[in-house]
Design a protein around this ligand. Structure first.
Ligand SMILES: Cc1cc2nc3c(=O)[nH]c(=O)nc-3n(C[C@H](O)[C@H](O)[C@H](O)COP(=O)(O)OP(=O)(O)OC[C@H]3O[C@@H](n4cnc5c(N)ncnc54)[C@H](O)[C@@H]3O)c2cc1C
Length: 460
């Protein structure tokens, strides 16, 4: 990095600690290496690698950012720290659970989606040291950066729900679409269902795609109808939340659909324990004080696990009060460290955590980072756009799109709260292609432009 650029950044970093920042660039002896620059010639400690940009997490948001940053800044400037050899298109897991797609269709190899101009560090990040602009990895590397993008996603905490690990291991009728390892249990459970309660839950924690826990319920209910099992099944949705969906326009529609299809909705019911031996699920009724519990027998139980910020992020100085990466909700810039940015599920953007949100954030974040790199104040503003294709059957979907205020922000010039076959095909057939060919390449930043065109300019 040119000295002048460093000084500009150092000025931006005020009043934060700037000395280590400058020292790391201009005092330590440095030599060139294939991976950006090698900062130290010391032999006792591992040599830190230096990059202009380090992206932690090569999932949806991380790859979108790594692709655009490496396209703009060139080879050797961007490193991605990502331990997984496999990359998953997670939104497809709803369809896998419903028996519509094979789980292998959701899987790619990280080496095939990793931008060629990036250096892939195939390890876990284990410690953030933002005062010294470095990240430590599981292999003992110290990776230094000028700018850091954190994109680690949500951590699944299966062990935080009593009985869940055992139930997933031992009970074929307890299933979960939230992991590649468990997603194929779901359709088998649908096929093996005989009679009784089919219960669908959502955890009392932040959750990725908060619509997914109910989408699989609609697919199940439809499957039961089509396979002469419906009259032997009580289908129910148990949620700790006060409403079936966050945005009121779509919540009203989903409640109507449940009513029409005889689905029982138990709000303010929080799953606290699974007893696989007696096939019972225990719920705390959150509207009672102290919380009463109710035990429901199940024949089939779909359980997304409790989720939260990754432990290493939570334990780092980058975390906000809830443990997520603390970002400015409009720009994506960290609230304390101006050379740190965040995208996707690991951040505290107060919107629902979806790939669609990460896409829209990536458009803003590119502009924010560009401004910061050039010593300017970021002006691009993220409006909280997120989207949830609420699949209600094998040919129908309500495409929810909304903003920070939970107000609809619909792309198409028709009422998207109606169930439509076209929206189903968009979710099932168009979006996967778009994901692999545009999203992870940083070429899809959400539908804002199309929304404007389709509304003849009369849209936000
Ligand atoms: C069942 C299901 C259905 C969904 N449906 C939809 C949908 O219809 N529409 C939609 O828009 N979204 C949907 N989503 C949500 C969407 O998949 C996520 O919101 C999106 O993938 C978030 O992107 P991300 O980059 O924040 O996290 P991820 O894509 O999860 O990536 C996080 C990456 O960080 C890596 N990582 C974690 N810890 C470390 C570490 N210590 N060091 C380095 N790397 C690390 C992980 O290996 C991973 O590759 C769904 C998700 C699920 C599970």
């Amino acid at each position: 990095m040119a000295f002048l650029e460093s000084v500009t950044m150092a000025r931006q970093l005020k009043p934060f600690k700037v000395l280590p920042w400058i020292l790391s660039r201009h005092v330590a002896p440095s030599t060139s290496s294939r991976h950006g620059r090698l900062a130290s010639t010391a032999t006792s400690a591992p040599s830190p690698s230096m990059y202009k940009f380090v992206v932690v997490g090569g999932g949806s948001g991380g790859l979108a950012m790594a692709s655009s940053l490496s396209r703009k800044h060139g080879k050797g400037q961007v490193a991605v720290i990502e331990p997984s050899e496999e990359h998953f298109y997670q939104p497809m897991w709803t369809l896998v659970g419903g028996g519509i797609k094979k789980k292998e269709q959701s899987r790619g190899l990280t080496k095939d989606v990793m931008p060629k101009a990036c250096d892939w560090i195939k390890e876990k990040a284990v410690e953030f040291d933002p005062e010294n602009n470095s990240v430590k990895t599981s292999g003992g590397k110290v990776v230094q950066y000028d700018y850091l993008v954190v994109a680690m996603g949500l951590q699944l905490n299966f062990d935080k729900l009593k009985g869940l690990p055992e139930a997933l291991e031992n009970d074929p009728m307890v299933c979960c679409n939230y992991s590649y390892n468990t997603v194929d249990k779901t359709f088998k459970a649908l096929q093996n269902f005989k009679s009784g309660n089919a219960i669908f839950t959502i955890p009392n924690t932040p959750v990725k795609c908060a619509g997914a826990p109910q989408k699989i319920m609609y697919l199940t209910e439809e499957y039961f109808r089509q396979n002469n099992k419906r009259d032997k099944a009580t289908v129910m949705y148990c949620s700790p939340l006060p409403s079936i969906f966050s945005a009121p326009k779509y919540a009203a529609v989903m409640m109507e659909i449940c009513k029409k299809r005889g689905i029982q909705v138990n709000l303010r019911h929080n799953l606290v324990e699974i007893k696989p031996q007696s096939k019972e699920a225990v719920f705390a009724k959150l509207d009672t004080e102290p919380n009463e519990t109710i035990t429901l027998p199940y024949e089939m139980l779909h359980v997304p696990p409790p989720m939260g910020p990754p432990d290493i992020l939570k334990a780092s100085p980058l975390a906000g009060p809830a443990g997520f990466l603390s970002v400015n909700k409009e720009t994506g810039q960290h609230t304390k460290y101006p050379n740190v940015f965040g995208i996707g599920d690991c951040t505290d953007f107060p919107t629902s955590k979806t790939a669609a949100a990460a896409a829209a954030q990536s458009g803003v974040l590119k502009k924010t980072i560009n401004a910061v790199v050039n010593g300017l104040t970021p002006v691009a503003k993220y409006d909280g756009y997120t989207s949830c294709p609420l699949i209600t059957g094998r040919r129908s979907c309500v495409l929810a799109e909304f903003d920070y205020n939970l107000e609809p922000l619909e792309t198409f010039p028709f009422d998207q709260s109606k169930e439509r076959r076209s929206m189903y095909h968009m979710k099932a057939d168009f979006m996967p292609t778009m994901y692999w060919h545009a999203f992870v390449k940083g070429l899809w930043t959400g539908p804002a432009l199309y929304r404007k065109i389709m509304h003849l300019g009369f849209s936000r």
